[in-house]
Design a protein around this ligand. Structure first.
Ligand SMILES: [Zn+2]
Length: 481
């Protein structure tokens, strides 16, 4: 638990002015720069020496396998979630003391119903999130229009959304979907990393350094909690906003909430000009956001219509009421639910551009030298992703490297098979065989195939497909007769 509440909020207050300076930079990242360059630019008001030291200490930039974007990640997801849990309970605890947390109201019940449906879709997007300690609280502060979702699914929404904006259920669903999108795409972890570099400076550095050896768990926890608390005050980059818009609107549409509400909501917030919504201070809002949202509405509208017209959804686990491994009376466990949606093999429309290319069967590689280092470096992790059946992550990782050989195409075939995209898989297996014939193979002097017996596996899959096709054909003939 974070028991130095006062110090945490003092740090926040003390840093307010500082954050305003940083905010201006964060909102305007140069598009072309890579993660590190961007981060340096964003926080160049700070000592670069400190940043370099921090980067040296921790892993630094990492590619987000969901969005394909390079992000600054200074802590593990586990640490980020633990920090968020501490910061959240500290925050909610303090608000509770001031009677600012709504306990039982129709509004609370409604928000839980809405978020439960969104989470059920989030699990489709990110199966591991079924195990998160999802929680939502309604914070009674009618003047504040704000909402958040921390790492690990800790959510809050302020009553200003109803009192000031008269938000509808559809609009609330789109707000929360957007916030959940930030958490799913690890934006909160990214901002915590940033908070750590800019926010609490040298104190953090020493804690980070000592925590490696001394096992000073409590101090590390406090540091993470502080970073999590700071993170929700930090603005998102435009890239992060675009990703959250895309994920959020799709979650809402799939959960049966009108995606058009995302547009009306932003219009309402933009109109609230006298006292701009807090939401805007952490959400840089480029002028073309309306057009982008409208384009997204068109994209996800069929999902919304299908959700509304379709048969009522099967049983949903109570994501907010029970622990991750618990089975509510008469219900299904989260684990069972996650397994069920995974078996549906239906993927989210939005993911990394790399994933879209892969999904359409359009990934064709031409790189043979430039990407060799990345190939050599990442191959091992592909095996792990394959073994864990993390097909989406595997596909994005392989496409991102883009190395032209049989192993790359083979793994895309495996990922497509795993996701139930049979035809797409056949295309990739074929490309793998062609690459082999042309000599672009992982076999050779330095065998880089790992434990994959590519030719055998492809032959087996194709044999099964051919047998399946023949069976289907004979079934048709029987039917016609
Ligand atoms: Zn956002």
């Amino acid at each position: 638990m974070f028991n130095e509440n006062n110090s945490m909020w003092t740090v926040l207050a003390r840093n307010e002015e500082f954050f305003q300076i940083v905010t201006m930079r964060l909102c305007r990242p140069p598009h072309a720069a890579r993660c590190l360059g961007k981060t340096m630019n964003r926080i160049h008001v700070l000592s670069r020496g400190l940043l370099i030291a921090l980067l040296a200490l921790a892993s630094g930039c990492a590619t987000n396998t969901i969005t394909g974007r390079s992000q600054l990640m200074l802590m593990s997801e586990e640490s980020a979630i633990q920090g968020a849990v501490s910061a959240y309970s500290s925050m909610i605890g303090q608000l509770s003391k001031k009677n600012q947390v709504e306990v039982a109201s129709p509004r609370v019940t409604r928000v839980r119903e809405i978020t439960n449906r969104l989470i059920a879709e989030a699990v489709r997007f990110r199966p591991d999130s079924a195990g998160w300690g999802w929680e939502v609280q309604v914070i009674d502060d009618p003047k504040v229009v704000n909402a958040f979702c921390m790492a690990g699914g800790k959510m809050g929404i302020y009553t200003g959304f109803w009192e000031k904006l008269k938000a509808t259920d559809d609009e609330i669903a789109n707000v929360m979907g957007h916030e959940i999108g930030h958490a799913l795409a690890s934006h909160t972890r990214e901002k915590m990393s940033m908070a750590m570099t800019v926010g609490v400076s040298t104190a953090l550095l020493s804690v980070l350094a000592s925590s490696r050896n001394s096992g000073d768990y409590q101090r590390t926890q406090n540091t993470m909690a502080m970073a999590a608390a700071l993170a929700i005050t930090l603005p998102n980059s435009r890239e992060a906003e675009t990703e959250a818009d895309q994920i959020g609107i799709e979650l809402a549409a799939r959960a049966g909430f009108d995606p058009r509400a995302a547009v009306t909501l932003w219009q309402k917030m933009a109109k609230d000009g006298d006292s701009p919504a807090e939401f805007f201070s952490t959400h840089p809002s480029p002028e073309n956001r309306m057009q982008r949202l409208q384009a997204l509405v068109a994209k996800v509208d069929p999902l919304y219509r299908a959700a509304v017209a379709g048969s009522p959804p099967g049983p949903l686990p109570d994501f907010l009421g029970v622990a991750a491994n618990e089975r509510p009376v008469g219900g299904i466990s989260r684990e069972e639910y996650a397994a069920r949606v995974a078996a549906e093999a239906q993927v989210m429309t939005f993911v990394a551009e790399e994933f879209e290319r892969f999904r359409k069967g359009e990934a064709v590689f031409s790189c043979t030298t430039d990407c060799m280092f990345a190939y050599g470096y990442q191959r091992g992790s592909w095996k792990t992703l394959h073994d864990k059946a993390q097909w989406r992550e595997l596909a994005v990782a392989v496409v991102k490297v883009g190395y032209d050989n049989d192993l790359s195409y083979f793994l895309l075939g495996e990922a497509a098979t795993g996701l139930g995209l049979k035809e797409v898989a056949q295309g990739y297996y074929l490309r793998a065989l062609q690459a082999r014939k042309a000599g672009r193979t992982c076999e050779g002097v330095f065998n880089t195939c790992g434990e994959f017996a590519i030719a055998e596996r492809i032959a087996a899959v194709q044999g099964a497909a051919a047998a399946g096709g023949a069976a289907a054909q004979s079934k048709n003939i029987n039917k016609n007769n």
